[in-house]
Design a binder for this molecule. Sequence first.
Ligand SMILES: [Zn+2]
Length: 213
Amino acid sequence: MKEEATLDCPWARQALTVERVSAARLPTEVGEFHIAGYRSKTSGEEFVALYKGEMNPEVPTLARIHSQCLTGDVFGSTKCDCGRQLRRAMELIEQEGRGAIVYQLQEGRGIGIINKIRAYALQDEGADTVEANERLGLAVDLREYRQCAEVLFDLGLCQVRVMSNNPLKLRAMEEAGLRVVERVALEVEPGEAAVHYLRTKKEKLGHLLDLVE
Ligand SMILES: [Zn+2]
């Protein structure tokens, strides 16, 4: 078991395309964490890791790739469940005493905050989240998760218990070489405004959501 885990861990033999720039303590309302800043070596993209406890490649560890959602994470928007998922993930990590969140700085599935607000304006007129992006001529999902997975490797993880409802993120972690041991559902009671959005994510983007009919 021990040898197998080491062999399955590609960071031991593969050069990472992200680099850690700095790390520090970060006390939060949820608990005591560490924060690290990463830079892509192949683009201008930056990543932030929030983590807690010993990062051990042989221990299946709670992990999440969280995509930036200014409206949900900062303003508490009820149009989506991002802010509450992030909070829930931090709480689970705090309870376990171990885990990591990679915060991907790609607003609105990669379209940027201005386009996201334009999409919201179309949604005010009745379009759903996928239709709105299509009408703006934007790809539905521009995000790439490979380097987020590399941040998890760099933190020292090989086996993850993924906190995500997004099958694309699960697949990206596996393709990057992380062993996905478990999927930990992060369902939060959706507010009324979020129900339509979540139904669209389930029906059009294949998210694994049981609470939404
Ligand atoms: Zn959101």
